[in-house]
Write a protein that binds this ligand. Structure first.
Ligand code: HEC
Length: 162
Protein backbone atom coordinates (compact mmCIF):
# COMPACT_ATOMS: atom_id res chain seq x y z
CA UNK A 1 0.00 0.00 0.00
CA UNK A 2 2.58 2.51 1.18
CA UNK A 3 4.95 1.51 -1.60
CA UNK A 4 2.26 2.01 -4.19
CA UNK A 5 1.40 5.45 -2.79
CA UNK A 6 5.04 6.43 -2.78
CA UNK A 7 5.49 5.23 -6.34
CA UNK A 8 2.45 7.17 -7.42
CA UNK A 9 3.77 10.32 -5.73
CA UNK A 10 7.17 9.85 -7.36
CA UNK A 11 5.49 9.39 -10.73
CA UNK A 12 3.48 12.56 -10.24
CA UNK A 13 6.58 14.50 -9.28
CA UNK A 14 8.47 13.22 -12.29
CA UNK A 15 5.55 14.14 -14.53
CA UNK A 16 5.53 17.61 -13.04
CA UNK A 17 9.26 18.11 -13.66
CA UNK A 18 8.83 16.88 -17.24
CA UNK A 19 5.94 19.30 -17.72
CA UNK A 20 8.04 22.18 -16.34
CA UNK A 21 10.48 21.73 -19.19
CA UNK A 22 7.83 23.16 -21.52
CA UNK A 23 8.34 26.58 -19.98
CA UNK A 24 11.71 27.58 -21.35
CA UNK A 25 13.56 30.77 -20.61
CA UNK A 26 15.67 32.96 -22.79
CA UNK A 27 19.34 32.13 -22.36
CA UNK A 28 20.47 35.09 -24.36
CA UNK A 29 23.61 37.18 -24.69
CA UNK A 30 22.57 40.54 -26.19
CA UNK A 31 25.05 42.60 -28.25
CA UNK A 32 27.96 44.24 -26.43
CA UNK A 33 27.72 48.02 -26.78
CA UNK A 34 30.81 49.06 -24.81
CA UNK A 35 32.61 46.92 -22.27
CA UNK A 36 34.03 48.68 -19.24
CA UNK A 37 37.78 49.35 -19.39
CA UNK A 38 39.64 48.69 -16.14
CA UNK A 39 43.21 47.80 -15.15
CA UNK A 40 43.94 44.17 -16.20
CA UNK A 41 44.01 42.84 -12.63
CA UNK A 42 40.55 44.30 -11.98
CA UNK A 43 39.21 43.08 -15.32
CA UNK A 44 40.14 39.50 -14.57
CA UNK A 45 38.41 39.60 -11.18
CA UNK A 46 35.27 41.20 -12.63
CA UNK A 47 35.15 38.63 -15.42
CA UNK A 48 35.61 35.75 -13.02
CA UNK A 49 33.19 36.90 -10.31
CA UNK A 50 30.65 39.22 -11.85
CA UNK A 51 30.33 38.77 -15.61
CA UNK A 52 27.98 35.77 -15.51
CA UNK A 53 25.21 38.05 -14.20
CA UNK A 54 26.41 41.55 -15.03
CA UNK A 55 27.46 41.32 -18.67
CA UNK A 56 26.27 40.11 -22.05
CA UNK A 57 28.94 37.39 -21.95
CA UNK A 58 27.11 35.01 -19.62
CA UNK A 59 28.40 31.46 -19.65
CA UNK A 60 25.07 29.66 -19.28
CA UNK A 61 25.74 26.49 -17.25
CA UNK A 62 24.23 23.12 -18.18
CA UNK A 63 21.83 23.27 -15.24
CA UNK A 64 20.40 26.48 -16.67
CA UNK A 65 18.68 24.23 -19.22
CA UNK A 66 16.70 22.30 -16.64
CA UNK A 67 13.51 23.75 -15.15
CA UNK A 68 12.87 24.88 -12.45
CA UNK A 69 16.57 25.79 -11.93
CA UNK A 70 16.62 27.45 -15.36
CA UNK A 71 13.95 29.91 -14.20
CA UNK A 72 16.04 30.94 -11.20
CA UNK A 73 19.26 31.30 -13.19
CA UNK A 74 17.63 33.32 -15.98
CA UNK A 75 15.90 35.52 -13.42
CA UNK A 76 19.21 36.28 -11.68
CA UNK A 77 20.99 37.05 -14.94
CA UNK A 78 18.26 39.30 -16.31
CA UNK A 79 17.83 41.12 -13.02
CA UNK A 80 21.58 41.39 -12.53
CA UNK A 81 21.98 42.96 -15.98
CA UNK A 82 19.23 45.45 -15.22
CA UNK A 83 21.09 46.69 -12.14
CA UNK A 84 24.55 46.69 -13.66
CA UNK A 85 25.82 45.64 -17.08
CA UNK A 86 29.56 45.84 -17.71
CA UNK A 87 28.99 45.09 -21.42
CA UNK A 88 26.88 48.23 -21.86
CA UNK A 89 28.99 50.48 -19.65
CA UNK A 90 30.73 52.97 -21.92
CA UNK A 91 27.59 54.56 -23.43
CA UNK A 92 26.11 55.17 -19.94
CA UNK A 93 25.51 58.73 -18.77
CA UNK A 94 28.09 59.97 -16.28
CA UNK A 95 25.54 60.21 -13.50
CA UNK A 96 24.55 56.60 -14.08
CA UNK A 97 28.19 55.49 -13.94
CA UNK A 98 28.59 57.38 -10.67
CA UNK A 99 25.52 55.67 -9.23
CA UNK A 100 26.66 52.23 -10.37
CA UNK A 101 30.19 52.73 -8.99
CA UNK A 102 28.66 53.83 -5.68
CA UNK A 103 26.52 50.66 -5.69
CA UNK A 104 29.59 48.52 -6.41
CA UNK A 105 31.48 50.05 -3.48
CA UNK A 106 28.47 49.36 -1.27
CA UNK A 107 27.89 45.71 -2.26
CA UNK A 108 31.61 45.02 -1.78
CA UNK A 109 31.55 46.62 1.66
CA UNK A 110 28.53 44.52 2.60
CA UNK A 111 29.97 41.37 1.02
CA UNK A 112 26.72 40.93 -0.94
CA UNK A 113 28.26 40.02 -4.30
CA UNK A 114 28.77 37.50 -5.77
CA UNK A 115 25.52 36.17 -4.23
CA UNK A 116 25.70 33.25 -1.79
CA UNK A 117 23.37 31.18 -3.97
CA UNK A 118 25.93 31.28 -6.80
CA UNK A 119 29.26 30.56 -5.13
CA UNK A 120 28.72 26.92 -4.08
CA UNK A 121 28.53 25.93 -7.76
CA UNK A 122 31.07 28.58 -8.80
CA UNK A 123 33.73 28.56 -6.08
CA UNK A 124 36.13 30.27 -8.48
CA UNK A 125 33.93 33.38 -8.24
CA UNK A 126 34.65 33.84 -4.54
CA UNK A 127 36.65 36.97 -3.76
CA UNK A 128 39.69 36.97 -1.48
CA UNK A 129 40.12 39.91 0.88
CA UNK A 130 42.86 41.24 -1.39
CA UNK A 131 40.55 41.05 -4.39
CA UNK A 132 37.76 42.87 -2.55
CA UNK A 133 40.27 45.56 -1.62
CA UNK A 134 41.53 45.81 -5.22
CA UNK A 135 37.97 46.18 -6.54
CA UNK A 136 37.15 48.77 -3.88
CA UNK A 137 40.28 50.76 -4.72
CA UNK A 138 39.48 50.70 -8.40
CA UNK A 139 35.80 51.66 -7.89
CA UNK A 140 36.72 54.50 -5.53
CA UNK A 141 39.30 55.90 -7.99
CA UNK A 142 36.91 55.50 -10.92
CA UNK A 143 34.13 57.22 -9.00
CA UNK A 144 36.45 60.12 -8.11
CA UNK A 145 37.40 60.45 -11.79
CA UNK A 146 33.74 60.49 -12.88
CA UNK A 147 32.92 63.09 -10.20
CA UNK A 148 35.93 65.21 -11.19
CA UNK A 149 34.77 65.39 -14.76
CA UNK A 150 31.48 66.97 -13.76
CA UNK A 151 33.06 69.40 -11.27
CA UNK A 152 32.26 72.98 -12.24
CA UNK A 153 35.36 74.47 -13.89
CA UNK A 154 36.88 77.52 -12.24
CA UNK A 155 35.85 80.85 -13.76
CA UNK A 156 38.36 82.07 -16.34
CA UNK A 157 41.11 84.21 -14.87
CA UNK A 158 40.67 82.85 -11.35
CA UNK A 159 43.80 80.97 -10.32
CA UNK A 160 43.26 77.46 -8.92
CA UNK A 161 42.95 77.60 -5.15
CA UNK A 162 45.26 74.71 -4.29
C1 HEC B 1 24.65 34.90 -9.78
C2 HEC B 1 24.51 36.18 -10.35
C3 HEC B 1 25.33 37.35 -9.86
C4 HEC B 1 26.70 37.47 -9.75
C5 HEC B 1 27.74 36.43 -10.08
C6 HEC B 1 26.95 38.81 -9.29
N1 HEC B 1 25.78 39.49 -9.12
FE1 HEC B 1 25.52 41.42 -8.61
N2 HEC B 1 23.49 41.24 -8.70
C7 HEC B 1 22.82 40.09 -9.04
C8 HEC B 1 21.38 40.33 -8.95
C9 HEC B 1 20.29 39.29 -9.24
C10 HEC B 1 21.21 41.67 -8.55
C11 HEC B 1 19.92 42.44 -8.30
C12 HEC B 1 19.23 42.01 -7.08
C13 HEC B 1 20.01 42.29 -5.84
O1 HEC B 1 20.40 43.44 -5.59
O2 HEC B 1 20.26 41.31 -5.12
C14 HEC B 1 22.56 42.21 -8.40
C15 HEC B 1 22.83 43.51 -8.03
C16 HEC B 1 24.10 44.07 -8.03
C17 HEC B 1 24.36 45.48 -7.81
C18 HEC B 1 23.32 46.56 -7.58
C19 HEC B 1 22.95 46.61 -6.14
C20 HEC B 1 21.95 47.70 -5.86
O3 HEC B 1 21.92 48.15 -4.71
O4 HEC B 1 21.21 48.08 -6.77
C21 HEC B 1 25.72 45.64 -7.86
C22 HEC B 1 26.48 46.95 -7.71
C23 HEC B 1 26.30 44.34 -8.09
N3 HEC B 1 25.30 43.40 -8.19
C24 HEC B 1 27.65 44.09 -8.20
C25 HEC B 1 28.22 42.84 -8.41
C26 HEC B 1 29.65 42.61 -8.44
C27 HEC B 1 30.71 43.69 -8.27
C28 HEC B 1 29.81 41.27 -8.66
C29 HEC B 1 31.11 40.51 -8.72
C30 HEC B 1 32.01 40.66 -7.62
C31 HEC B 1 28.48 40.68 -8.78
N4 HEC B 1 27.54 41.66 -8.59
C32 HEC B 1 28.22 39.33 -9.03
C33 HEC B 1 23.38 38.89 -9.43
C34 HEC B 1 24.75 38.63 -9.46
Amino acid sequence: MIVRTLLRAAGLLLGLVVLMQVITVERDNPPITGTIVTPPAVTSVLRRSCFDCHSNETVWPWYSRVAPVSWLVAHDVHEGREHLNFSEWRPLARETKQRRLGDIIEVLREGEMPPGIYTPLHPEARLSMEEVAALQNWATTALAAELDEVAVPAAPGVPPSH
